[in-house]
Design a protein around this ligand. Sequence first.
Ligand SMILES: Nc1ncnc2c1ncn2[C@@H]1O[C@H](COP(=O)(O)OP(=O)(O)OP(=O)(O)O)[C@@H](O)[C@H]1O
Length: 131
Amino acid sequence: MDSQDKHQTTKNHHFTQAFKHALDGILDIIHNEPNMRYHMIFALGALLCGIILRISRMDWLWITLAIFTVILSEFANTIAESLSDLVTHGRFDPLVKRVKDVAAGAVVVAALFAVITGGLVFVPRVWTLLF
Ligand SMILES: Nc1ncnc2c1ncn2[C@@H]1O[C@H](COP(=O)(O)OP(=O)(O)OP(=O)(O)O)[C@@H](O)[C@H]1O
């Protein structure tokens, strides 16, 4: 990243520049949001279980959907938090409380979807293996 890029406020000039900034965003959220790292560890666990238990193509679709739903909800949550902090600078605001709580709720709902999906896919397979 050159010094001009660091303080860029204009539109991206080409695809590689846009992609690099998108990559910066992904690395930033992984580096700065512990919850994102937990989501990724769980996702890796689900992928390993899928490989070990040889789940079907349809089950892979559900597991992938669940993983990306949780990850995207964490992106949305982080965007909401960052914009809120930008506006309030640490000052309490009831509307910001609502924004942050609703955004956090979205992550919980997505995580619930992932837990249910994982349960529906993996539990019957483990059950058949054990009994
Ligand atoms: N400026 C504010 N005004 C009102 N309420 C706030 C404000 N900042 C934080 N809060 C309240 O504190 C809670 C925690 O805020 P914070 O920004 O630390 O989110 P978090 O859920 O801990 O973040 P993360 O998703 O990174 O764990 C929010 O859900 C909200 O209820």
